[in-house]
Design a protein around this ligand. Structure first.
Ligand code: NAP
Length: 262
């Protein structure tokens, strides 16, 4: 299937490693023009080199802390200016602080809001004028299965990613007339540094071996294993492609069947 991404201008946030990098690589394989952004130019340069070695596509790099409104404004405007507009936006950021309700002070709530909900709002606000001018666009918001089933000990994710999901649904309606399709793709357990860190933290808290924690988690997944970043990325790139012409306002869980809600 032709995803109709050749030559399209694609911006992937938080793409120096993990899910964002895998999504960027997949867009490069489809022949898109790519901008990748995150806090560390050094890590971004490493991602750019890996993507170029495999696909020949040289991504533009932009330093952007997703918690900083000014960074987002500069990054999206710079990317659009360099690529004659912006066709696809993938919103993403680092994970919020882990913990339960009793662990969180006001600054934690504000930090989670800025990193995971306000960042999405800001990126979309900056991207929209370019998409509206083009008369089409695709936005995919990366979240978590916490949008369907709260995850114990990740209360900030549960609350703010549900906000992103509500935003997705609202914008799908508001932006349909402009040819802009907006969806959410939610990872379950996909093998990245983030999951390794969370597993390590749980193992330490519970005084157990990491392998034990991982085996227990795999048992909760009908497909019996973690997903790979590439498996995740393929779904994001379809939703965020111009082969997708009739799916908007949806949230897709890429979780090996882990969440049981209907
Ligand atoms: N992997 C999973 O199974 C899974 C499941 C549910 C949810 N998620 C969520 O998906 C997102 C990506 O996770 P991942 O697994 O890809 O994690 P990861 O491998 O740790 O990568 C995180 C990426 O986010 C960037 N980043 C972190 N903080 C940032 C910030 N403030 N501004 C801009 N970029 C930032 C990092 O780059 P720099 O360090 O260069 O900034 C890096 O490229 C996270 O929000 C995570 O909570 C992941």
């Amino acid at each position: 299937m032709d995803l109709m991404l050749s030559g399209k201008s694609v911006f992937v946030a938080a793409a120096s490693k993990g899910l964002g990098k895998a999504v960027a690589l997949q867009y490069a394989r489809e022949g898109a023009r790519l901008t990748i952004a995150s806090r560390s130019l050094e890590r971004l340069a490493q991602a750019r080199d890996e993507i170029k070695a495999e696909t020949g596509v040289e991504a533009a790099l932009l330093q952007m802390d997703a918690s900083a409104g000014e960074d987002i404004r500069n990054a999206i405007r710079t990317a659009a200016a360099a690529s004659d507009g912006l066709d696809v936006l993938i919103t993403n950021a680092g994970g919020p602080k882990g913990g339960f309700f009793s662990d969180m002070a006001d600054e934690d709530w504000l930090g989670g809001f800025e990193l995971n909900l306000l960042s999405t709002i800001r990126m979309i606000r900056e991207a929209l004028p370019f998409m509206k001018t083009a008369g089409e666009g695709r936005i995919v918001n990366l979240t978590s299965t916490s949008i369907k089933q709260p995850i114990d000990g990740l209360i900030l994710s549960n609350v703010f990613r549900s906000g992103v999901n509500a935003l997705t649904k609202s914008l799908a309606t508001e932006l349909a007339k402009d040819g802009i399709l907006v969806n959410t793709v939610a990872p379950g357990r996909i093998g990245t540094d983030r999951i390794a860190e969370l597993d390590g933290k749980r193992a330490l808290e519970q005084g157990r071996a990491v392998e034990d924690i991982q085996a227990e988690a795999a048992k909760q997944i009908p497909l019996g294993r973690m997903g790979t970043p590439e498996e995740f990325a393929r779904h994001v790139v379809f939703y965020g492609s111009f082969a997708n012409t009739y799916v908007t306002g949806q949230s897709l869980l890429v979780d090996g069947g882990m969440v049981k809600s209907i």
